[in-house]
Design a binder for this molecule. Structure first.
Ligand SMILES: Nc1ncnc2c1ncn2[C@@H]1O[C@H](COP(=O)(O)OP(=O)(O)OP(=O)(O)O)[C@@H](O)[C@H]1O
Ligand SMILES: [Mg+2]
Length: 283
């Protein structure tokens, strides 16, 4: 089935969730890029896409790389996580958190999750964490490339490259992953500081309004699209809206925000969860 599933009229407006479930259909090995400033919803769309890509291609495995601290500040006497969006959506979409790759053998007893969220523990030793996390993510990326049939949701491409120095591994997958059916679903809020490969190799792009001049210059590096059209369309977007572009098919669509997906662990939302989602989550 060619991606997207159906041709949308140019500059069509559609709800984010309907678009992900009914229209976009990335093939294994097709890279996806999400570019937008802080807090616009990149992680939200990325997690939903990861779950959908695996659901469309059951022979594939999804792996989200979580970089923020696994424990956030104390609130109401309890520790929150350092990335509530990742924790909530992993649970709500039927994924499961692992601290190591590959997951510990005891996970086999619990059946396969919809996807994995690789979220190494953080300690108080910053430098040791950088070395350790770099090794954990490097092994996971290279294992995914070697095995093939993987989707890697790399949510913080800038940090993976600038802090953990994983640009060679990421470029390896961007440049050759297609043959191994290993794709990167990459997101960044710092487009001026990530490898050009992220834009030039992407088959599917999700772009938010970005007033930053350096970021806007990079639209010219996206293969096969007119940067002026990207600027004109993204400038008209509201905060959580984004522009989807599939350059190969000349498909352009504006995605309007979807409804909030609640955490199955939150008591007020307990009645709205599925049995699958409630059997997964943080170990
Ligand atoms: N479509 C949406 N409609 C309304 N709120 C949204 C939408 N998408 C995300 N949000 C909310 O915005 C906040 C940030 O979302 P998210 O973490 O996905 O953004 P982000 O772009 O990944 O942020 P960051 O750049 O900090 O990583 C969350 O509280 C989330 O619930
Ligand atoms: Mg994010």
């Amino acid at each position: 089935m060619p991606p997207p599933k159906e041709r949308l009229p140019a500059e069509y407006h559609i709800g984010q969730d309907e678009f992900i479930s009914d229209y976009v259909a990335p093939e294994p090995g097709q890279h996806i890029a999400m570019i937008g400033p802080n807090g616009v919803g990149k992680t939200t769309i990325g997690m939903k896409l990861l779950a959908q890509c695996v659901a469309l291609h059951p022979e594939t495995i999804g792996l989200a790389l979580a970089m923020k601290p696994h424990r956030g500040p104390k609130a109401d006497g309890r520790r929150s996580t350092g990335d509530p969006t990742v924790a909530r959506l992993t649970r709500a979409l039927g994924g499961r958190i692992t601290r190591q790759w590959r997951p510990h053998w005891r996970h086999n007893l619990m059946g396969d999750p919809a996807f994995w969220t690789l979220w190494p523990k953080h300690t108080t030793e910053f430098r040791a964490d950088v070395a350790n996390h770099s090794a954990v993510f490097r092994d996971a990326i290279i294992d995914s490339y070697n095995e093939g049939n993987r989707w890697i949701f790399a949510d913080e491409i800038y940090s993976l490259c600038a802090e953990l120095k994983l640009d060679p591994e990421l470029i390896h997958v961007w440049s050759k992953g297609r043959s191994m059916k290993c794709a990167i679903i990459g997101a960044t809020q710092r487009p001026a500081f990530v490898p050009k490969w992220m834009y030039s190799s992407a088959k599917h792009l999700f772009l938010w309004r970005d007033p930053d001049a350096d970021a806007r210059k990079r639209y010219g590096e996206i293969s096969g699209v007119d940067p002026r059209r990207v600027l004109a369309l993204t400038d008209g977007l509201r905060k959580h809206e984004c522009l989807y572009v599939y350059p190969e098919g000349d498909v352009w669509a504006t995605l309007t925000p979807g409804p909030f997906i609640p955490d199955p662990r939150a008591p007020a939302d307990a009645g709205r969860t599925t049995s699958r989602a409630s059997s997964t989550g943080t170990p």
